[in-house]
Design a protein around this ligand. Sequence first.
Ligand SMILES: [Zn+2]
Length: 246
Amino acid sequence: MAIHKLSKAFYTNLHVEWPCPACGQLTLQIKQETLHDADTYESRKIWEEEWSQPDMLSGVFCCMAECYRPQCREVVVCSGTSGNEEDWDDTGLQYYRVYTPVNFVPPLNPFKIYEKCPAEISEPLVASFSVYLAQPGSAANLIRITVERLLTAIGVPELNDKGNRIFLHQRIEKHLPGNYSGYARQLMAIKFLGNAGSHTYDEVKISDIEDAFEIMEYVVNDIFSERKESIEVLTKRLHDRFGKKE
Ligand SMILES: [Zn+2]
């Protein structure tokens, strides 16, 4: 299933396809009267110059959206950056205002996590949902934590015979149980992304995280819905390891 790309910009017609955080449907609508948009200080200075063009300007915006399902009516605040895009039509060069979301409160879910997925795995993944538009590198680390915990759940050892931590690369390459070997390539891709997120500040892009979400949607939901092992077995391993007390 395709994920919802929350990074997608919207225009003055305010058409968006945002998943409602309460009911999961694509039913959020921006309330026109709540949209506030203003150019930054730097843009206002540029605009005073003779050589300035509308596409050199940038601003900030905020707005509220509401789920239009009568039984839901969830509300969400969105803030982000605005700017002007140029395009040609029959009458010549035109500029369009464009709004790029950076933050949602409450956070929106790019995909639905299967409800039986244990909290130890879903929590870092959900945390990555709320930061990825603003800090994709931080989201990469959270996704990597999710993968480490997922491997623990499916029985991949964390420590070697000497009691030292096994690196994620080796956990995936050497210790993945046979019935999960089909996920090795996807998990390794996430590992590389996690490395990039840990070692550099600006290497990971929002689009990389959205690619990673596609993989996580497939792997996490496949494992917890296909029931390669019972949910109880998977969950017990995590509880034993992370010691979540009831
Ligand atoms: Zn709703």
